[in-house]
Design a protein around this ligand. Structure first.
Ligand SMILES: Cc1ncc(COP(=O)(O)O)c(C=O)c1O
Length: 308
């Protein structure tokens, strides 16, 4: 289910907080034409001790890494960007929200060479309730293996969370939705399972958890990393392994992870029922543990929360 954007709070643009409706870019902005942008998706959770941003430093590190892979020099320090994220989140007046920092080549000269434009940075927050995507949380998502292949890392650096990765993801998402499914699963050029259109993927077989390695052309998901660490803490075995489509079909459980999706169960792939067709035991355990972690209820991972 999708909701129109509610314009609340302010948006940080190149060092200043501006009213939400005034945060505009010129139509000849380089990034709009050539996808020269890198961005992040972060969540702020409402905990008993107040609002807290989940894994802020890891998201800021990834933003800078994404930029570096495209030789983009973000004109602010990591510290300044972290402070700006906190400031914008506070200014949003929302107790929990989704946070979107973006760095992009701006407006000056429009030709393929980006470097005549300065790098602009913006940070916005909006409401994106946890649990809003019911498919995967309550019933389990119905997925389709996409006919679109994930972009090969030899074509562009897929470790970067770059806007240019997402036209490929949008094609896969639309194909899945148009076919009546909830989400797409993408394979890479070698036919290995890569990821969902906006999530990493895991399977459970004989009580062991498997997920594709970073070399399968995937985004190094921060929720993926959280899920691996939480699962290990829960005493579960997690292994990175190249996976084929057939491994998904015969898995006991499949789940996806992402900042927006959190931990979502997949109960059907290409009309084949996974396991018993219900969110599996290990998936539910991880959903519960992940939720507790984001709400600051797990001491071991309390350093992942930045209270604002
Ligand atoms: C393609 C892709 N894979 C994986 C993820 C999950 O990453 P994270 O857990 O850091 O949000 C995302 C999130 O946006 C994504 O777009």
């Amino acid at each position: 289910m999708f909701f129109a954007m509610k314009e609340v709070g302010k948006i940080w643009m190149n060092g200043k907080l501006v009213p939400f409706k005034d945060a505009k870019v010129h139509v000849l902005t380089h990034a709009l034409h050539y996808s020269t942008a890198v961005f992040e998706g972060i969540r702020c959770y409402k905990t008993r001790k107040g609002s807290a941003i989940f894994r802020l430093s890891e998201h800021v590190d990834r933003l800078f890494k994404s930029a570096e892979l495209y030789s983009m020099k973000i004109p602010y320090s990591k510290k300044k960007i972290s402070q700006a994220i906190i400031k914008t989140t506070k200014a949003s007046t929302l107790k929990e929200c989704y946070i979107r920092p973006i760095a992009y080549y701006g407006y000056n000269v429009l030709g393929l060479t980006p470097t005549k434009n300065k790098i602009d940075v913006a940070i916005a927050c909006w409401e994106w309730k946890t649990g809003e995507s019911r498919a995967g949380r309550v019933n389990g998502a119905r997925c389709k293996v996409s006919k679109w292949l994930r972009i090969d890392s030899r074509s562009q650096p897929m470790l970067s969370k770059a806007a240019s990765n997402y036209a490929n993801a949008v094609l896969a998402r639309m194909e899945a939705l148009n076919g009546g499914y909830d989400e797409a699963i993408m394979l890479n050029y070698r036919g290995d399972v890569a990821e969902g259109s906006a999530e990493n993927i895991f399977l459970v077989k004989n009580n062991k958890i498997f997920t594709p390695p970073l070399s399968s052309d995937i985004l190094p998901g921060i929720t993926r990393d959280s899920a691996i660490k939480i699962a290990k803490k829960e005493g579960l075995v997690v292994k990175e392994k190249k996976l084929k489509r057939r491994d998904l079909y015969v898995a006991d459980e499949v789940f996806m992870t992402g900042t927006a999706a959190e931990v979502k169960s997949v109960t059907e792939i290409d009309n084949k029922i996974i396991g018993n067709g219900k969110p599996g035991k290990i998936t539910r355990k991880l959903q519960k543990a992940f939720k507790a972690t984001t709400l600051g209820k797990d001491k071991k991972f309390s350093r992942w929360l930045t209270y604002i």
